[in-house]
Design a protein around this ligand. Sequence first.
Ligand code: NAD
Ligand code: UGA
Length: 459
Amino acid sequence: MSFKKKILCIGAGYVGGPTMAVIAAQCPEYKVTVVDVNAERIQAWNGDHLPIFEAGLLEVVRQARGRNLFFSTDIPGGIREADIIFVSVNTPTKTFGHGAGMASDLQHWEKTAHQIVAHSDRAKIIVEKSTLPVRTAEAMERILQENKKGIRFDVVSNPEFLAEGTAIQDLLHPDRVLIGSRPGESGRRAAEEVAAIFAHWVPAGKIIATNLWSAELSKLVANAFLAQRVSSINSVSALCEKTGADVDEISFAVGSDHRIGPHFLKASVGFGGSCFKKDILNLVYIARSYGLEEVAGYWESVVRINEYQQERFVRTIIDEMFHTVVGKKIVLLGFAFKADTGDTRESPGIHVARKLLEERALLAVSDPQALGNARRDLAGFSGQVEFEPDPYRAAVEAQALAVITEWRAYCDLDFARMFASMRKPAFVFDGRNILDHHRLFEIGFNVFPLGKPAMTHFS
Ligand code: NAD
Ligand code: UGA
């Protein structure tokens, strides 16, 4: 079969896999190939047990796989035949050298640029899908234009805004698709080619054209704004606990102002996920590198409040359980960084678990999707931690339940049954404010919500 265009995506991760699956499903006349250095991942994409858990993903993959969607480890072959190359490799925080702990580690990104040059024999459009520091495209262009073959490459920025757990819906119904390009005829044409892909299913008004640097920076700023809202409400939760105010009532009252809006105002044990912290730290690093210390400090505080909130949650558990958790069994209800995903990257659960284990607590970690990752995250603590998918079994002989992830199913648990099998006094620490606290108190639990008055049976 001959295809109208050939699209390649380098990087078959959380972004590359679902994004390309949706493009292939929506654009049957385009051949879409996803390549990765990780052969195991590619094998999983070609089977029924996909490497990531995402509602509706398997159906979309099945719709297009083998028709116009292909997963492969043949990176050179993929580059050679492609007209448009999306680069969706990971860009984690640097862990070494200059900028360690703050800047983006661009080694995977740069490697792909060299691979593209080595295996190309005609003009191509290169699309930045990964989240990158502003002006990365400039460095990319320099590497690409160094080719001795006289090949033209146009670099376009098309950052991704999908959230895990809702990736397919976000991709099918995006708030906007951002396409940043260079001024001039060639840049405009490249942007139009990329826009033409999304125009298959995204209304024209939602496809926004900007300059390259605005597209790159918008991505970092969008994540920083979202995380800032979570840190803002989490900072208020601490104040609520001191004053008797209720953080959920405040979220509702404040979010009812249409200028503020209701989203991302749910107090929590802290935000996690692979990107919020990494992208804010990157923003901080960039601001600082331009000498903008006040700007850097402003955004850095969003991360600091997040660390404070996680620490505060652990502190409450220890203090309220009579200042010691040595030998006490505590159940972590949830370990994923949010509901509807098995991803645990930067999950507050990791911090909470490690701190409690350092205090010599015994943990039972329960999660419907994330226990595989939890095992890896807590390797080295064997003997002190058990991994139990069934919350009822996890609760046997435990002294406390701590909600880390807002899985809907936790609201429907039979807490009277759990209470009956637990040691007394029994505690609930609700790090997501999802449970019925009055009912838990009536059952006999001592209840510690976030940003709300505690309910205890102690006189
Ligand atoms: P990921 O780690 O899940 O996937 C990246 C993949 O790239 C890995 O499978 C890795 O093996 C592969 N890779 C690395 N170097 C390669 C190379 N030289 N050749 C071929 N493959 C290579 O990462 P992700 O979560 O998909 O994130 C990718 C980018 O998208 C990041 O910049 C991230 O910030 C951004 N992003 C992520 C999300 C999200 O929800 N995870 C959302 C929006 C944007
Ligand atoms: C986030 C953004 O929402 C996406 O737009 C972006 O594309 C993505 O990062 C990225 O760049 O990787 P994601 O990390 O998947 O998506 O998850 P979110 O739904 O944004 O939640 C992030 C964290 O904030 C979670 O730990 C969540 O539990 C927490 N959160 C969110 C709260 O604590 N309170 C809220 O009100 C909302």
